[in-house]
Design a protein around this ligand. Structure first.
Ligand code: SAM
Length: 355
């Protein structure tokens, strides 16, 4: 058993809460989630700050911060620091990463500089803990470029990077080297697909391998989702994922620049547009205004933000950009932090009804 901070939540909010806590990098991967009558106790890696608790309460209500004893998920020897304790000098064990992304059979990790010389051992330690993992990748750069990719180094395993990831009941063929995918967006993919109503036309402007588009199509009988991406590799995975998840009749995959495609073929088509390109979404508001039906619709607008009044500034930017394009924001129904991207920096989303 191991004592840890935890969140007590009603069982029925379990899936939602777990995804949110994962997206905030707070879920303790080594401890088993516990049950207490009608509640789940979700173990955390640290005590959340007041700001983070406020953020959690926006989506999960009721929620209570507590501490409890939890069973270890695996034998004690299989925590990362236990596996590596004979291999890495003990002062450096404190530098071991507390979190990493597991996408299908690939682990992606950021190796702290002071344990760089032990990266191979770290990768092998992870494979010991998760024997079904085939490759461990270490991040070598920030995400950059139009296709939103980063450089990786293979630090353990076979080196194969194509894999299949399960998220919210859908299966995604992915390759982090070739196309963007983040397991930290699972909650957001789910939230948006829950917001969609039957009968809607949706444009997913920056669809990647399809996690918004495909989940929307899986969940709703009568929808049409136009899923656009300009990265040919992402498009290939998107097509494969549409097939795998049997949503061919509802998702139209389109390879190309969202601006060109919407302004040529999808003018006034959408009840809803998803703009998950946080670095540059603002530059595409003109196109989104063209794609939304003349009677109005919802834009899910993502950006990176930090500092004080982050929502106030994002709202102003969005309002001005929409006005410039001859349309108006009737209301902003949601402002939320999607995930932490760096200390005090967030990916945020505004759900705006535009007319
Ligand atoms: N929505 C996906 C998800 O949740 O995993 C992927 C989001 S990723 C941050 C942004 C994607 O937009 C990348 O796959 C990139 O190739 C694509 N992209 C960038 N600029 C684009 C453009 N002008 N038109 C279409 N796709 C674009």
């Amino acid at each position: 058993m191991s004592k840890a901070y935890c969140l007590k939540i009603p069982k029925k909010l379990g899936e939602k809460a777990i995804q949110l806590i994962k997206s905030l990098n707070l879920l303790n991967p080594d401890l088993k989630i516990a049950k207490e009558e009608y509640k789940l106790l979700i173990p955390l890696i640290r005590e959340p700050s007041n700001a983070v608790m406020t953020r959690i309460k926006q989506d999960i209500d009721p929620v209570e911060l507590s501490t409890s004893n939890f069973q270890l998920k695996r034998k004690k020897t299989q925590t990362l620091s236990a596996v590596l304790k004979e291999i890495i000098p003990s002062p450096l064990l404190l530098s071991l990463p507390k979190s990493y992304d597991i996408t299908g059979q690939v682990i992606i990790i950021e190796v702290p500089p002071d344990i760089n010389e032990y990266e191979k051992q770290l990768g092998e330690g992870l494979i010991k803990i998760y024997p079904n993992i085939k490759t461990v990748l270490s991040k070598q750069s920030a995400i950059s470029g139009e296709s939103r990719l980063r450089k990786y180094k293979i630090i353990a395993g076979s080196g194969e990077t194509e894999t299949v990831h399960k998220e919210n009941g859908c299966l995604y063929h992915i390759d982090p080297v070739k196309a963007y995918f983040s397991p930290r967006l699972a909650f957001e993919h789910n939230r948006i697909s829950n917001n969609v109503k039957d009968g809607e036309n949706v444009i997913d402007m920056f669809a990647g391998v399809g996690p918004f588009a495909i989940q929307i199509a899986k969940r709703h009988k009568d929808v049409k989702v136009y899923a656009i991406d300009l990265n040919p590799d992402a498009f290939q995975f998107l097509e494969k994922n549409i097939k795998t998840n049997k949503v061919k009749s509802k998702v139209v995959p389109i390879l190309g620049d969202a601006r060109e495609i919407i302004e040529r073929d999808l003018i006034g088509t959408a009840d809803r547009i998803i703009m998950n390109l946080p670095k540059d979404s603002i530059k595409f508001i003109d196109t989104a205004c063209t794609g939304i039906k003349s009677s109005g619709g919802i834009i899910h607008y993502y950006e990176f933000a930090g500092g004080n009044e982050l929502f106030k500034r994002a709202k102003e930017r969005l309002r001005n950009a929409v006005l410039k394009n001859g349309r108006q924001i009737k209301g902003i129904v949601t402002c939320r932090k999607v995930r932490a991207t760096a200390p005090h920096e967030w990916q945020i989303v505004l759900d705006a009804f535009i007319h």
